[in-house]
Design a binder for this molecule. Structure first.
Ligand SMILES: Cc1cc2nc3c(=O)[nH]c(=O)nc-3n(C[C@H](O)[C@H](O)[C@H](O)COP(=O)(O)OP(=O)(O)OC[C@H]3O[C@@H](n4cnc5c(N)ncnc54)[C@H](O)[C@@H]3O)c2cc1C
Length: 471
């Protein structure tokens, strides 16, 4: 008899949500986490601390950058960075403690230490060895092992992260001072979010990107509009530029780059450099070789039911293929546990939204216009600018627009893409409509409260059939 039905290795959104669902389904479950706290990248050094700093820095900028004054609120704010960092740490601590409580509530054993798979299953039972901080080892016997070990920052050749002057995302969440200048390498979600934090707190921010556009994979029209908005905010962009090296002193970093197309090299100087060129699956020390699993660039590959090539070993979250997002990890976790419990777990990969929590936000779900053009799908477009949305106008946040894409024949919604105030919250209505196989007309004919920014989504849906009404 195995001790456990499921042992999950990794305590991030994949691991802990999976553990909760497994507990609910009556599976005897253990979760193994090495970093000393549950919550994974997301709660400890990802989604949550970055959102805490985005929120606080947004407030600071509103107070200092003229936004408050325009509303008739005159204040002279003073940045207290230690307090800003302390409130971030407090929120993170509360969240990780909350996850620990949820483990207890769902009768999940939380085992602290680094887990490794220890050889092939025998008679349907596998082993996970957990090495604790004091070096002691515990062996867990289980009928199923779920790999949920997440990801780590991708290194940039020629640039050594010291997390002092040259930092990765974790370092950029805890800078000891507000820099006067910051270079962000990589114009993806993490670079633009953390670049925004420090820009709002006073830094000159230059974003260096290898490609000739920002936010690869995002709808091109939305990405281009967003770049214009960021440029208006003072961001500088060096696109199609390849970083070739970086040298740090105690006070500054010199970064060398050259045009991707060839040409003269150039040197930039800044107080700090943030390297945010992406993340890669993390499988170090996991003992995959003992069961014959060979990960590739996308991580540990599974079939569409989260099963690796080895019976009894499953994989979810950042460590396997697909978008590296907390909600994707969470949904896979739920589906995987339901499948282990003999139920019909499933994730709809056509409807995984993505949000960039800048100001304004960017939100996207489903196919982009670029995808549809490449696939030769006939589609219709409805668009609506926030300039014409009364709530956005009153709040002086008129940058951006919403775009809804629908099948030209059936009107079924194929995607929605937006840049504008709070679009990250509002994209959920399109996700629900899409999950129900909804048409743009379904959203267009759904009564929306007035005045709200959500009306921009409705108006964009109305625009698919050309009957946009608000101005
Ligand atoms: C700065 C930043 C901001 C982000 N913001 C967002 C956001 O706003 N929204 C969003 O959806 N996503 C965001 N992400 C991505 C999100 O954090 C990840 O997609 C998510 O955490 C993946 O969850 P996971 O459970 O697969 O892995 P992780 O959260 O990485 O958790 C894996 C855990 O496994 C542990 N582990 C690894 N190996 C072992 C082992 N052998 N034994 C024991 N434990 C092990 C690790 O210590 C880690 O705690 C952000 C990421 C970063 C870096």
């Amino acid at each position: 008899m195995a001790q456990y039905d499921v042992v999950i290795i990794g305590g991030g959104p994949g691991g802990y949500n999976g553990a909760i669902r497994a507990g609910q389904l009556g599976l005897k479950t253990a979760i193994v986490e090495g970093r000393g706290k549950l919550g994974g990248t997301c709660l400890n050094v990802g989604c949550m601390p970055s959102k805490a700093l985005l929120h606080a820095s947004e407030m600071f900028e509103a107070a200092s950058g003229g936004e408050f004054a325009k509303l008739g609120i005159e204040v002279k704010p003073k940045l207290n960075l230690p307090q800003m960092m302390a409130q971030k740490a407090e929120s993170v601590e509360a969240l990780t403690k909350g996850v620990e409580f949820l483990m207890k509530k769902n009768k999940v054993d939380y085992i602290k230490g680094w887990g490794r798979i220890d050889g092939p299953f025998s008679q349907g039972i596998g082993k996970v060895v957990v090495k604790a901080e004091d070096g002691s080892e515990t062996v867990l016997e289980t009928r199923n092992i779920v790999i949920a070990t997440g990801s780590e920052p991708t290194p940039l050749p020629g640039v050594t992260i010291d997390n002092k002057r040259i930092v990765d995302s974790t370092g950029a969440l805890s800078l000891p001072e507000a820099p006067k200048s910051l270079i962000v390498v990589g114009a993806g979600v993490i670079g633009l979010e953390l670049g925004s934090v420090w820009k709002r707190l006073g830094a000159e921010v230059t974003v260096v990107e290898f490609l000739d556009r920002i936010l690869p994979g995002t709808d091109t029209e939305v990405a281009n509009a967003f770049q214009k908005i960021l440029t208006k905010q003072g961001f500088k962009f060096k696109l199609a530029s390849k970083v070739t090296g970086a040298t740090a002193t105690d006070k500054q970093v010199q970064l060398t780059l050259e045009p991707v197309a060839g040409g003269d090299a150039e040197t930039l100087q800044a107080d700090y450099v943030l390297v945010a060129i992406g993340r890669r699956p993390y499988t170090q020390g996991l003992g995959l070789e003992t069961v014959g699993i060979v990960p590739d660039k996308r991580g540990v590959i599974a079939n569409d039911h989260y099963k690796t090539g080895v019976d009894g070993i499953w994989v979810i979250g950042d460590v396997t293929s697909g978008p590296m997002l907390a909600h994707k990890a969470e949904d896979e976790a739920v589906a995987c546990m339901e499948l282990i419990a003999g139920k019909a777990g499933h994730v709809n990969y056509d409807i995984i939204p993505g949000v960039i929590y800048t100001k304004p936000e960017v939100a996207t779900v489903g196919k982009t216009e670029d995808d549809l053009k490449a696939a030769g799908v006939a589609y219709k477009v409805g668009k609506f600018p926030f300039l014409a949305n009364s709530r956005a106008k009153i709040n002086h946040e008129t940058d951006g627009f919403v775009k809804v894409l629908a099948d030209a024949k059936t009107d079924r919604i194929l995607g929605a893409h937006a840049v504008g105030p709070n679009v990250g919250d509002m994209i959920a209505e399109i996700c629900v409509a899409m999950e129900f196989g909804g048409a743009s007309e379904d959203v267009a004919r759904t009564c929306h409260p007035h005045p709200t920014r959500a009306e921009a989504f409705r108006q964009a849906a109305m625009g698919v059939e050309g009957w946009t009404m608000q101005a």
